[in-house]
Design a protein around this ligand. Structure first.
Ligand code: 5GP
Length: 212
């Protein structure tokens, strides 16, 4: 009997939030639970933090190299965030999508906008909000890697970043991490079933109609 697995194009799941709202934890848990998801590893000019690894957390490059990559059109999108440059390498994403794998992106609103312009039909965007300002402050302070200055700068940027919530397809208020992960998994499950992503449907239905 012929396989009835229907070919599907992968989707780009973008998670954005102000720093400290929990998107890194949510991404990590989604990746652990879902073998069909991989993380897009961005390139950045920001200095490496203790505990980070080149090639795992980011590809760390200097501004000259970053510029060369921009000129060679190696990024799907790129933006300046907190004074440093960040970009999404194009090749890895394109090969994942065409082989039916989904890719998760931890990028800011500028990146989400650019991906929407480049490939709206592949994009599913989720904005994560903190349950309160106090909780955002508490989460930022509990991150050991950052100095007080960095925490203050990120806190100051939060209202601005949050102002972009209405540009996203879905909004998750991260009060409880397990609940938020389940909500994003529900979004993923529904989006994977969209007709236009199931590119093997025409052939599948044809076989059904022909009785084999
Ligand atoms: P961090 O330096 O704390 O890892 O990230 C700072 C901000 O940059 C976060 O809001 C993160 O989502 C965003 N960011 C990380 N990689 C990219 C990227 O490739 N493109 C864009 N536009 N933003 C990114």
């Amino acid at each position: 009997m012929a396989s009835n697995k229907i070919a599907r194009r992968g989707l780009m799941l973008v998670l954005s939030s102000p720093s400290g709202a929990g998107k890194t934890t949510i991404s990590r848990m989604l990746l652990e639970r879902d073998p069909n998801l991989s993380m897009s590893i961005s390139t950045t000019t920001r200095p490496i933090r203790p505990g980070e690894e080149d090639g795992r957390d980011y590809f760390f490059v200097d501004p000259t190299e970053f510029n060369l990559m921009v000129n060679r059109q190696e990024f799907l999108e790129h933006a300046k965030v907190f004074g440093n440059y960040y970009g999404t390498p194009r090749a890895a994403v394109e090969s994942a999508l065409s082989s039916g794998s989904d890719v998760i992106f931890d990028i800011d609103w500028q990146g989400a906008q650019q991906l929407g312009q480049a490939a709206r039909e592949d994009l599913v965007s989720v904005f994560i909000l903190p349950p309160s300002t106090e909780e955002l402050d508490r989460r930022l302070h509990s991150r050991a890697q950052d100095t007080d200055d960095v925490v203050a700068a990120r806190m100051a940027k939060a209202p601005d970043e949050m102002s972009h919530w209405a540009e996203y397809d879905f909004i998750v208020v991260n009060e409880d991490i397990e609940k938020s992960v389940a909500q994003v998994q529900a979004i993923l499950a529904a989006e994977r079933l969209r007709r236009q992503r199931q590119i093997g449907l025409t052939e599948f239905v044809k076989r059904l109609q022909e009785g084999y």
